[in-house]
Design a protein around this ligand. Sequence first.
Ligand code: FHN
Length: 461
Amino acid sequence: MNRQILVTIFTTLCLFAALGCSQIMDKSRGLQKPDRTLSKDERMEWFREARFGMFIHWGIYSVPAGIYKGEQVRGAGEWIMERAVIPVDQYEQFAKQFNPIKFDADQWVQIAKNAGMKYIVITSKHHDGFCLWDSKYTDYDIIDATPFKRDILAELAQACKKHGIKLCFYHSIMDWHHPDAQAPFYPLYNDSNKSNPNFDRYVEYHLKAQLQELIQNYGPLGILWFDGEWVKDWSREMGWDMFEYVLSLQPDIIINNRVGKIRMKTSELSQSEEFAGDYGTPEQQIPPTGLPGADWETCMTMNNTWGYKSHDHNWKSTEDLLVKLVDIASKGGNFLLNVGPTDEGLIPQPSVERLAAMGEWMKVNGESIYGTTASPLGKVPWGRCTTKPGKLYLHVFNWPTDGKLNVPNLTNKVRKAYLLADKKHSKLPVRRINENEIVVTVSNEAPDTINTVIVLEIKNK
Ligand code: FHN
């Protein structure tokens, strides 16, 4: 019997073994006890180092771009199906018009990387149910329903790997297209008082199946970013089951708090053993004092919409976005900043420009953001503070025109002070005025008008 056949039989046997195992996985989709060798701290390590990521809301809603039957539709662009009360069969027509030929995954990933971002969270499926990958569980996807016929998530996975950026997927539990989910709720797709008797079937044979498909075909992923958990049929038990299920598929993955039923408050988050989810996700806001004791990530739009709207030009300034990034880091959180690409596959120019400008600042000052933790100084009048063992990073937004920067609530011995942008780390004079306060002598002009970082090397207590 020649070798080839032997090899084939052997490989086939392996194949069957593997198939057998996944079918066991598939059939039971029973919860394999996740490999808990990885503690939560180990899983969260890269996340706590990263601090800054790109959120991408993209889908066929970028075709109408906030306009339906010639009318501007209020609310976020990705909600147009619900806000304009569009029947499923009419909304599906947008898929036929979705042909983003200018889409370049490499370019997107480089825009994120150049901005200083370390991870990307893209909407694999938003509330409208449309899938940005080639799924064997539906034809309502980029390959079967559009003229584009390229697997967007596959191309992004490749580009992320190439540029060392963590790929993460947003995935909506709510689904306005699936008959076992919220499609039958038309015209009120988002009616959280309504229930679908077949929702369990949707969870078991569509939601879980697609999540397995996503992790196995495009993983390993950094984060699975759930959303839409407020639908009536989603329960706390389902959230916990889903948390275990996803960990069984990839034991080192991170899962946000929206896998659970209730978006957990601070007090609950730090008892995460009891609640499903690894970290909190404040939206469009920055918690005044952060979420002490918990990991968290503020997600925010650059204008007023997540998905692309052609008439939304209310862009936040670069200064505002940089100050927000520093404010969030100074409270121990991550910043997930959103872009909403067009139906041609382009990230809007105002977003590209602001991200490039943020990147210029991060190229010089990234050390004062990555891997830092919350300020030990409390409120300071001139800006914010981040820290690492042995170092304090003073982020000065309001530069002292008298050249005297007072630093309160600081009892540690200061070994040295210098501008982070100064590669020679030339010493800045430091004088202690009392046991709690020092003064750093600086130039009268702010080296960086948005945020100048002064490093204090301190003796740890
Ligand atoms: O309804 C969604 C919305 O479209 C968007 O995806 C945001 C992003 O965090 N989440 C939901 C609103 O909380």
